[in-house]
Write a protein that binds this ligand. Structure first.
Ligand code: OAD
Length: 244
């Protein structure tokens, strides 16, 4: 890590698990073990039952609102401060990396707290609705219902974010894949692009994933354990690691 010119860190829901935010695919606690994505996370579901989808996202916003960044988020923010060329790319929509102090976070799947218009061709953004709002407010421009600014199944990823992440994957010396099952494309492709381009691959995940066999280093541990340990081993400014 000390000699790597550019480091890319890819994160998924597992990074926020220790903050009490459910992942998607963990067998018992994952959101997709309890809910069907086609009922809640597609444009068609929102068109059919806007209030139901809206309330599900309001529930998720509530969980995130009450959560705090954990030692894994804080270690990544500290690593970004001590490694000049580190890019943080996340599939998470919870904003906890930013709350932990990470800057310039590339959000591949949007953000839970950005509302935007659901009408094709409008895309007006709007201030986040209050957490007790039970149905989608109207778009201030065209009156169509607002929706959470996250990427739903069947929708393209934000072009600029995907472009930056893909470029970084093709040119980094070292890539970390942390807390992601690596099953959702195109995000999952990024670690493989980096590997094919010659980057060393580090995976942090208590469970194996499709990437595990291709990784050069595997930490079968929670992010909140492995990341602070890596930070301490790197020996940056002690004040950075002090309160992890
Ligand atoms: P998943 O729920 O698919 O995977 C979470 C991963 O985190 C699993 O591999 C777990 O083993 C691992 N994990 C659990 N606890 C952990 C911990 N404390 N530390 C490190 N790892 C841990 O979540 P994602 O891979 O992020 O998309 O899912 C990708 C996308 O699928 C999400 O962004 C979402 C979902 O459908 C959209 O909403 C568009």
């Amino acid at each position: 890590m000390r000699s790597a010119g550019s480091v890319l860190v890819l994160t998924g829901a597992g990074v926020s698990a220790e903050s009490g935010i459910p992942t998607f695919r963990d067998a018992l606690s994952g959101l997709w073990a309890r809910y069907r994505p086609e009922d809640l996370a597609t444009p068609e579901a929102f068109a059919r039952q806007p209030d139901l989808v809206w309330r599900w996202y309001q529930w998720r916003r509530q969980i995130v609102d009450e959560a705090q960044p954990n030692p894994g988020h804080r270690a990544l923010a500290a690593l970004q401060r001590c490694l000049g060329g580190m890019m943080l790319v996340t599939q998470n929509v919870d904003g906890l990396h930013q709350r932990a102090g990470s800057t310039d976070v590339v959000e591949l799947h949007g953000n839970l707290f950005d509302d935007c218009c659901s009408a094709a061709g409008c895309a007006q953004s709007a201030p986040t609705a209050s957490l007790d709002q039970e149905s989608p407010p109207p778009c201030p421009r065209c009156g169509a219902p607002l929706r959470p600014g996250v990427v739903w199944f069947g929708e393209p990823l934000p072009e600029a974010a995907l472009e930056r992440a893909t470029q970084a994957a093709g040119s980094c010396d070292l890539v970390f894949s942390v807390g992601t099952s690596g099953l959702v494309y195109p995000a999952a492709e990024l670690a493989w692009i980096a590997a094919r381009s010659g980057a060393a691959v580090v995976e942090i995940n208590p469970e194996p994933t499709p990437l595990t066999a291709a990784a050069d280093f595997v930490f079968s541990q929670p992010g909140g354990v492995a990341l602070p340990a890596i930070l301490r081993a790197l020996g940056p400014d002690p004040s950075d690691g002090a309160d992890l």
